[in-house]
Design a protein around this ligand. Structure first.
Ligand code: HAM
Length: 428
């Protein structure tokens, strides 16, 4: 029986693993320099945890199962609920603000497509305990900080920013009630991914009244922040949400990333728990799915039985990022190349044990060392050394037997010199 990998999963051969590690190392480095500390949680949780507040879309995509104790469990499709649960558990002892990051492996039973798989890695940064809009600005800054570091510029990507608080205030002013909003958000989140006709049909299904559909279209048709006030006489809550967005854009300007950021009322986000500023980073050409997404979720900790503590954060998967980096030629193709300090070769098979001993001693000193398993002529061994990426070859021959000296050969220049083994062990 030929067994294959499950659709939507990936095998990480050393080459792919090198790339994954490079991406993850960058996420971690940028998190730390922006003041976030790493955390992790279990890969499965009680199913109920995702049914409470993540929204219908995530629930449909859950890999869920029952354990032998008939507990209903699910593999994590995101880590934000775990984060909320963990913070709630220690809410009184954790120093605030809580700035945490994580790189969980996640599973969603989505239809595999370009940039969306069923198993992926997702960088998360979250700040808990700060309601100041500076925390939202910092999350966006950290996101762009990473993307900039990979070599992506404002010509490649853009952070599109909106506010659930503003949308809620506008929709309520237009006559929608709270209960209707989650389904409307979910549909609006899909707008750019659906053909216009399909979207209109679905909107008709959700919103029967043509007058209300018209106002939805008008709201979603807004192009600039200053056009919002032309829609209607703004209710107080909408004005407050506008002021918050204006403050956010002023901060992004001060942080030096305003050329990466743009207001876009079409950014609604699919997850149910967002309450304030929301954003997604997209490729400029709009050809790919979102690179990342996040926003403020001030009620999630309370909804999970904790106190009302504000929170804001973002999640970035590795799939679209990789496609984008590859398209822009920003992946170093030699990432996977093995880099060796020394390759130990022998001129005489009788020295094999000495070569094994020297290899072991060099490795214990922290050097990356290989030697031939097969032996054979020096030519063969030198070829093996260069195939494997050794910068220097250590050749043991007659001089070793006579005076414990080895020939150290620079593989690039071919220059060779005799060095005592003890000296070699302390060479920088
Ligand atoms: P999300 O929009 O569901 O948000 O996912 C965020 C990012 O994860 C996406 O933009 C994408 O990069 C990646 N992603 C999502 N699904 C897949 C998939 N099937 N395959 C590959 N990549 C995927 C969240 O998950 C929120 N919990 C983020 C957050 C953290 N909000 C606040 N804090």
């Amino acid at each position: 029986m030929k067994i294959q990998a499950v659709k939507g999963t990936r095998d990480f051969y050393p080459e792919e693993m090198a790339l994954r590690n490079w991406i993850v190392d960058g996420w971690k480095r940028v998190s730390v320099r922006n003041g976030f500390a790493e955390f992790d949680g279990p890969i499965f949780e009680y199913l109920q945890m995702y049914q409470v507040k993540s929204g219908d879309e995530i629930v449909e995509q859950l890999f869920s199962f029952e354990d032998r104790g008939e507990r209903k469990l699910a593999i994590r499709p995101e880590i934000t609920p775990t984060l909320a649960r963990m913070v709630n558990q220690r809410i009184n002892s954790l120093p605030r603000p809580i700035k945490w990051f994580s790189v969980p492996r996640l599973c969603r039973a989505e239809r595999p497509q370009k940039g969306r798989l069923r198993e992926f890695f997702q960088w998360n940064i979250d700040t808990i305990g700060v309601d100041d809009v500076y925390a939202d600005a910092e999350v966006i800054f950290t996101t762009i900080d990473y993307l900039q570091e990979t070599g992506l510029t404002a010509k490649d990507i853009q952070a599109k920013i909106s506010s659930r608080r503003l949308l809620k205030a506008l929709f309520e002013a237009a006559g929608f009630v709270d209960d209707e909003l989650p389904a409307l958000y979910l549909l609006l989140d899909k707008k750019s991914k659906l053909p216009a006709e399909t979207f209109n049909e679905m909107l008709e299904e959700k919103v029967a009244d043509p007058a209300r559909r018209k106002i939805v279209a008008q709201i979603m048709g807004v192009k600039e922040l200053n056009e919002v006030s032309r829609l209607m006489k703004l209710p107080e809550e909408a004005s407050a949400a506008m002021a918050e967005l204006e403050e956010l854009f002023a901060l992004l300007e001060v942080m030096g990333i305003s050329d990466y950021c743009k207001f876009d009322i079409g950014i609604v986000r699919g997850l149910a728990y967002y309450t304030g500023i929301v954003f997604e980073v997209h490729d400029i050409k709009g050809e790919l799915r979102a690179v990342c997404g996040g926003g403020r979720y001030d009620n999630l900790l309370k909804d999970f039985g904790g106190p009302a503590v504000p929170a804001t954060g973002m999640g970035m998967g590795d799939c679209v990022l990789e496609i984008l980096l590859r398209e822009r030629g920003l992946i170093d193709e030699s990432l996977a190349a093995r880099r060796l300090d020394y390759f130990v070769a022998v001129l005489d098979e009788a020295l094999r044990k000495d070569a094994i001993a020297l290899t072991a001693r060099l490795r214990r000193k922290g050097m990356r060392v290989e030697m031939s398993y097969k032996g054979g002529g020096l030519g063969k061994q030198l070829k093996a050394a260069s195939d494997i990426g050794a910068s220097t070859c250590v050749i043991m021959g007659r001089e070793y037997i006579e005076e414990r000296k080895v020939a150290v050969k620079d593989m690039a220049t071919g220059v060779q010199k005799l060095v005592g083994t003890e000296e070699l062990l302390v060479m920088p």
